[in-house]
Ligand binder design. Structure first.
Ligand SMILES: NC(=O)c1ccc[n+]([C@@H]2O[C@H](COP(=O)([O-])OP(=O)(O)OC[C@H]3O[C@@H](n4cnc5c(N)ncnc54)[C@H](O)[C@@H]3O)[C@@H](O)[C@H]2O)c1
Length: 251
């Protein structure tokens, strides 16, 4: 079994920065044609340049995952560029303003649910349809969070959205398993990216106290798990939500 992606086409959403960027770089280094997708065009282009400088093949496609038509077009363009879609990593997501659930406005609820859950549904749906169309299977990895595994106080709609991503992955996996399509979720704990910076100046220090391994995850460490699950090395794994969190048992 191999972790090579030679001859395969992989889409990564939110691939300009953070976990998505490291995933795109790793898939590129392992031979995939990588579709780097994001709303941040400059950082997306930089990720493509980094993959190409390392000898890989990559394209940037602008896609706001909050718009269903853009996700559908992203998958269609990936199929055109690569001949088929082998891997879809639904990674892009946002954290939102910290607040207990009873203080969350409908606008904040709608935004987070749309970006962190509904968009993953669209990404999984159009990737599945593309993979079913040519009958050769594929692998979908959805980026959830440990916040989706239990209580996630003050993270507002983020926990409910990520719990939905886990359910979406498990249900879809059973529905399309016989078509050779695997769907898994990854549940990172606190990882050193811009999402943490956006939680405020004291967030890092507070969060570190609760991590048994005593440090945050690095985006490249999360990328290793995503790439493994996307690869043929994980050929008997589907419908699973993997924790990668430095030992945290709750948020
Ligand atoms: N960092 C953590 O501690 C952590 C923990 C658990 C789960 N996650 C999840 O990991 C994923 C990646 O997060 P990250 O930490 O790398 O964040 P990040 O902010 O570093 O990167 C997110 C990327 O998504 C892009 N993006 C945001 N909104 C978008 C949209 N509407 N359409 C397309 N792209 C969009 C951003 O431009 C950015 O490039 C998210 O789903 C996040 O919820 C992160």
């Amino acid at each position: 079994m191999t972790q090579s992606f030679s001859g395969k086409t992989a889409v990564v959403t939110g691939a300009a920065l953070g976990i998505g960027r490291e995933t795109a770089l790793l898939l590129g280094a392992r031979g995939a044609r990588v579709i780097v997708s994001d709303i941040n065009e400059d950082a997306g282009a930089a990720a493509v340049a980094t993959i190409e400088a390392a000898g890989g093949t990559a394209h940037f496609i602008r896609c706001d995952i909050g718009d269903e038509a853009q996700i559908q077009a992203l998958v269609e363009q990936a199929v055109t560029l690569g001949g088929r879609l082998d891997v879809m990593v639904n990674n892009a997501g946002i954290g939102g303003k910290p607040a207990p659930l009873h203080e969350v406005s409908n606008e904040q609820w709608d935004l987070i649910i749309r970006i962190d859950l509904t968009a993953v549904f669209w990404g999984q749906k159009y990737a599945t349809l593309a993979m079913l169309a040519d009958g050769k299977g594929g692998s979908i990895v959805n980026v959830a969070s440990i916040a989706g595994l239990g209580a996630a106080p003050t993270l507002g709609p983020y926990g409910p959205a990520k719990a939905g991503v886990i359910q979406l992955s498990q249900t879809g996996a059973v529905e399309v398993a016989r078509a050779g399509i695997r769907i898994n979720a990854v549940c990172p704990g606190w990882t050193d990216t811009a999402i943490i910076d956006n939680m405020g100046p004291d967030a890092r220090t507070k969060l570190l106290r609760g991590i048994p391994l005593g440090r945050m995850g690095q985006p490249a460490e999360i990328a290793e798990l995503i790439a493994f699950l996307a690869s043929d090395a994980a050929s008997f794994i589907t419908g699973v939500a993997y924790q990668i969190d430095g030992g945290i048992k709750s948020v």
